[in-house]
Design a protein around this ligand. Structure first.
Ligand SMILES: Cc1cc2nc3c(=O)[nH]c(=O)nc-3n(C[C@H](O)[C@H](O)[C@H](O)COP(=O)(O)OP(=O)(O)OC[C@H]3O[C@@H](n4cnc5c(N)ncnc54)[C@H](O)[C@@H]3O)c2cc1C
Length: 391
């Protein structure tokens, strides 16, 4: 059989997982990444549910565990920093998962363990795809005659928009988040501290394994049209009377290189493949941190894609099998009840009081099984599809 070739666009978790598994199953693989070099940075992601199985099959569980963020639990705090309630963190899928890792560390781990022969090209992007995915031209003028195109360019994927256009539905969840790395202080402990106040505002502080603290502000706003500087100015105004550690976090963001602003937007599409082109990870189905499990789904997608292709004679059939297997996992995360957003982000004192009461109930022993279900994402009762001819 002649060797088949795939072009994978995007060198983060979804693209690198696809490259790993396609190469393992005998494909020639070229990865194109828009950035000039590997993109580090980003905050906490976790490996949950079926993704733990995939990570095990890749032989990378220990490598990821070694880079654990060191977080030991999750607590809700009040404006004085006192703990009001504690989420259970026992078991692999607790609020603080067993495998918590920074996005950059996770992606780099996969990159470092790619099977030999994967071609990595940085600083280039796809400019056109012809023949339903058999000819790719890049912005710098490279051309590839190929058998498969995998678009794994994240939520704002331009190649997806170019090829799938109107089929892309963006669902704004009405929440803006800014993530950043700030200096650690003596008060920062090993837990994820989560503060909610009125006006639909939250502050999060989490430990990392690099001697710094990972901070996040999240509020009910739409910042789509703002650049990073404008977004930070907006957050400063919005958090002026938020209390707890708002001032420290904003001062830290002003000095941080690693700040990531996100308007939580689900990507929903009726199909994730056409001809010999498919989508993977956030480009296909961004679930947002509100749903959770985005990194896990991205990792799983690489395996399921290669498995689908390894069991099919035609690429098109393999892509259909891939989509059929993974869609229920994505639907499960995307279809959370609409009341979750106003509940998680109360606007008034009354709303905050109700939220605090609910936190107490949900974190009680009696409700432990219900709470455990809420943090279980990217999990399936189905076995992973078999993969043929693993080298
Ligand atoms: C720098 C960065 C920081 C992040 N920080 C956080 C965070 O703090 N918290 C959080 O919850 N999520 C964060 N995310 C998103 C998180 O990584 C994803 O939700 C999840 O891991 C799914 O990964 P993915 O591989 O599908 O997409 P992403 O991780 O978004 O990766 C997409 C990759 O494709 C590349 N790319 C984009 N467009 C093109 C193009 N046209 N051609 C070629 N390559 C392209 C990007 O440079 C990137 O390497 C971050 C993503 C990135 C890239």
């Amino acid at each position: 059989m002649t060797t088949r070739h795939a072009v994978v666009s995007g060198a983060s978790i979804a693209g690198l997982s696809a490259a790993f598994w396609l190469r393992r199953t005998g494909w020639e693989v070229t990865v194109l990444e828009r950035a000039e070099e590997f993109r580090d940075g980003g905050q906490n992601v976790d490996v949950r549910g079926t993704a733990r199985e995939v990570l095990d099959l890749m032989g990378l569980t220990e490598a990821v565990r070694e880079q654990n963020t060191t977080e030991t639990g999750t607590v809700f705090v009040d404006s004085a920093g006192e703990v009001r309630a504690e989420l259970p963190s026992e078991g692999p899928d607790g609020a603080t998962a067993e495998l918590e890792v920074l996005r950059g560390d996770f992606a780099r781990t996969i990159l470092r363990h790619l099977p030999a022969g994967v071609e990595m090209i940085y600083g280039d992007t796809i400019s056109s795809v012809e023949g339903d995915g058999t000819r790719v031209t890049t912005a710098s003028g490279r051309t590839f005659d190929t058998d498969l195109v995998v678009i794994a360019e994240g939520v704002r994927s331009t190649t997806r928009d170019l090829l799938f256009g109107d089929a892309v539905e963006r669902r704004d969840l009405g929440i803006a988040m800014v993530f950043g790395t700030i200096p650690r202080t003596a008060d920062d402990d090993s837990r994820w501290r989560w503060y909610t106040t009125t006006g639909g505002r939250q502050i999060h502080l989490r430990p990392d394994n690099h001697g710094t603290t990972r901070a996040m502000l999240a509020c009910t706003d739409n910042l789509t049209r703002l650049d990073r500087k404008e977004a930070l100015a907006h957050f400063r105004e919005r958090y002026a009377d938020a209390g707890w550690q708002a001032g420290r976090v904003l001062d830290g963001f002003d000095r941080s290189e690693d700040v990531y602003v996100d308007q939580l937007t689900q990507i929903r599409m009726p199909a994730w493949h056409r001809g010999r082109v498919c989508l993977a990870g956030d480009a296909a189905w961004c679930v947002t941190p509100m749903g959770g499990g985005g990194a896990s789904l991205a990792l799983i997608s690489g395996y399921v894609l290669a498995a689908g292709l390894s069991g099919a004679r035609r690429v098109e059939d393999g892509l259909a099998a891939y989509e059929e297997w993974i869609r229920p996992l994505v639907d499960d995360v995307q279809n959370f009840p609409r009341w979750i957003v106003p509940f998680a982000y109360p606007r008034t004192r009354l709303g905050l009081g109700l939220r605090e009461l609910a936190d107490k109930v949900l974190t009680s022993r009696l409700f432990a099984p219900v709470t455990a279900k809420m943090t279980q994402v990217a999990a399936s009762d189905r076995a992973l599809p078999p993969i043929a001819a693993v080298r």
